[in-house]
Design a protein around this ligand. Structure first.
Ligand code: AVJ
Length: 309
């Protein structure tokens, strides 16, 4: 769990809180508890993406392995508990596995266990924030570097930034490399709203937990009980928005700043963009990738796409 206070993080958090429309990066969801709450979200009946994507992997895994090829260096972006990649190891048979996740301790625990199950795969865990680009370590070799970016995490970037991020991946993939990516598709807004505002309140806890993480990271004095979870599909922008809303007037203080929030005022904590199959293939093309295959579920709720450099 991250407890150290970095000046860069404090500056970013304080700028976000002081903006007229306060906002914070969704990367701050993922302290140790946040990663566990996200795992719990993935098991909720309302949260269809994980289950739907797993169904696509189960149904089309062999076809994916034929498209991607075996013996590659598989670079897992936002690996978390590494379960998705591990489920594909028997088919993809990577020579090397490089899981990357901002929640470093959580990742290290997962990789230690995984290495015992798959001793033949060379594993290098990277505990870092890859959202602004990153350098692959020198030991990631081979011309077939395949980025694995499942779960529709790409949805956290606004479309323009998604293109820039994908361009960066393409530049690092090697001559024969590519990308295997999961993308959540636009669908009925009732389905979307329920997925991000579940009946048990797990997503609410996940959203609110960011405030405790910020208290440790930036020394803010957030009181979780003064805030409530809000999540809704913004049809015009084709994105789920998550916010934390002040239940009554509240002032938040930290070393070097303070911000008063009126009752009902919000902090924007996440956007989760949804795409049509065509709109996402368009993004990949703008990033310089060639789409080689798209797999979906029978309801067309989710897509897994293999793109080549
Ligand atoms: C990890 C970004 C894919 O947008 O669905 C789940 C995060 N937020 N419930 C998503 C999330 C609320 C998730 N991603």
């Amino acid at each position: 769990m991250q407890t150290s206070r970095s000046p860069a993080a404090i500056a970013e958090i304080s700028a976000g809180l002081l903006a007229p429309n306060a906002s914070l990066s969704p990367k701050y969801f993922y302290d140790g508890l946040g990663s566990k709450l996200f795992e719990a979200i993935c098991e909720l009946p309302e949260y269809y993406p994980t289950r739907t994507e797993a169904g696509i992997f189960a149904e089309h895994g062999a076809d994916m392995a034929r498209s991607v090829g075996t013996g590659s260096a598989l670079i897992d972006l936002g690996a978390g508990n590494c379960a998705k990649a591990a489920s594909l190891f028997p088919l993809l048979q990577p020579a090397q596995y490089v899981p990357v996740d901002i929640s470093a301790d959580f990742l290290t625990g997962a990789v230690t266990q995984l290495q015992q199950r798959f001793p033949q795969i060379e594993m290098t865990a990277l505990g870092l924030d890859f959202s602004n680009g990153f350098e692959l370590p020198d030991n990631v070799r081979g011309e077939r570097r395949v980025f694995f970016y499942p779960g529709s995490s790409i949805g956290n970037f606004p479309p323009e930034q998604a293109v820039a991020f994908l361009r960066g991946l393409r530049a690092n993939a090697g001559d024969d490399g590519g990308l295997l990516i999961g993308v959540d598709l636009v669908k009925d807004s009732d389905v979307l709203n329920a997925a991000y505002d579940d009946a048990l309140g797990v997503t609410a806890a996940f959203n609110l937990n960011m405030l405790r993480h910020l208290n440790r990271l930036a020394g803010t004095d957030f009181d979780v009980s003064q805030w409530r979870h809000r999540a809704f599909f913004n049809e015009e922008q084709r994105r789920i928005e998550m916010h934390l809303e002040a239940r009554s007037e509240v002032t938040v203080r930290w070393e070097g700043g303070s911000r008063r929030f009126a009752s009902g005022e919000r902090i924007h904590t996440e956007d989760s963009y949804k795409y049509t199959r065509q709109s996402f293939v368009g993004l990949l093309e703008r990033a310089g990738f060639a789409t080689s295959h798209v797999w979906t579920d029978p309801d067309n709720w989710f897509a897994v796409i293999h793109a080549r450099v």
